[in-house]
Design a protein around this ligand. Sequence first.
Ligand code: HEM
Length: 419
Amino acid sequence: MSVRTGPDTVDLADPALLRDPHGAFARMRERAPLVRAVLPDAGTPVWLATRYDDVRTVLGDTRFVNDPAHVPGTDVSGIRERLIRARGIPPEYARYLLDGILDADGDDHLRLRRLVSRAFTARRVAELRPRVEEITEGLLDRLAAAAEDGVADLMEHLAYPLPITVICELVGVPEPDRPRWREWGRTLFSMRPVEMGAVVRDMVEHIQELIARRRAAPADDLLTALIRVHDSEDGRLSDTELVTMVLTLVVAGHETTAHLIGNGTAALLAHPDQLALLRREPELMPRAVGELMRWCGPVLMARMRYAAEDVELAGVPVRRGEAVMAVLAAADRDPREFGEPDRLDITRETDGRRERHVGFGHGLHYCLGAALARQEGEVALAALLRRFPGLALAVAPEELERERQQLPGMWRLARLPLR
Ligand code: HEM
């Protein structure tokens, strides 16, 4: 069963929406609690939930599942396959995109999450901090050296390479292979079907080769630990799941964090009072990163969820099998939850243990790498502000907005030229 569409159905590929998603989502949020929409590829109809409480319900209530195969009695299992096909992924590679933690529910999800969660706890992440700082300083040295007429692209020299280096060191992707991951990540998020199919094949083959190499020469990294689990008798991790886990961690670990650093830097430079405050009171940094996640978080929408039974959401009947997308960016600017939601205020308490923003999601699938991403954001921004007291945009703000990549679901800058 799919969501009924009508004349008020939102097209998520509408250029006006892609140009100003925050504005478009705000209008939907005030229009109705649930809005009908169609996804650009495959034209799949979905409900969009835009209000804070409803977004938390969709992500936190186990009557909504991530794998449509878990919807009893209705045949919605073809939906994901259709999406994968629309993106040009060869059928024999589709399982590598479907057998991951993000698409798992219940016990399978718990099993996959437990295998990796220990590597991303607050304590483990805190231990990584000196290394994250060291990588950042090295990158900023190179950024300064690469600047032409005092101008350099932050995305190229810091925002991308920092999270790629960190997640690849953690997982165990050797240095010479990292530039390829950068390219693959870029293509995966470009949503251009022809290239996406080839990239998924290359990534899977590369990971399989990496697994063979690590099996022969174990190291102190997450990949070696996962191979050990896979090779042990108890069948806790299948062949496909092992490959998919590596793919998910490396892609999710950098394509998002890069844009927290990029969007966050651009937002601070566009708000000189907040930037000056942060320079004066650097101890505000953790709160500032929380607020930047709320105000300009890179992930606009969570993964699709499916109603496993008939559910009433915000008074609207959502029928079994219907798809719902939680619009994180709309929830994070919902005046029902945040005072003056459109104002960037780095003193706002949105971070820490009782975080109110939903930029990292909510519920069982809450971002595994949230502590790591926050730390990378804090370290990168702190080092940038400390080392470059006169930091400024090298292009007009309107021109910068043209560097926004028009992708449904993501809020990203392709380039961020700084002086
Ligand atoms: C899940 C955002 C960084 C790994 C998620 C979700 C969001 C998110 C919104 C939930 C999706 C959903 O429920 O549909 C972000 C943002 C990041 C970031 C905004 C950076 C600013 C990272 C990093 C890693 C990572 C550094 C590296 C390990 C994951 C994984 C999941 C996830 C594995 C799936 C968790 C599960 O299904 O149980 N992330 N993420 N993320 N994230 Fe992140």
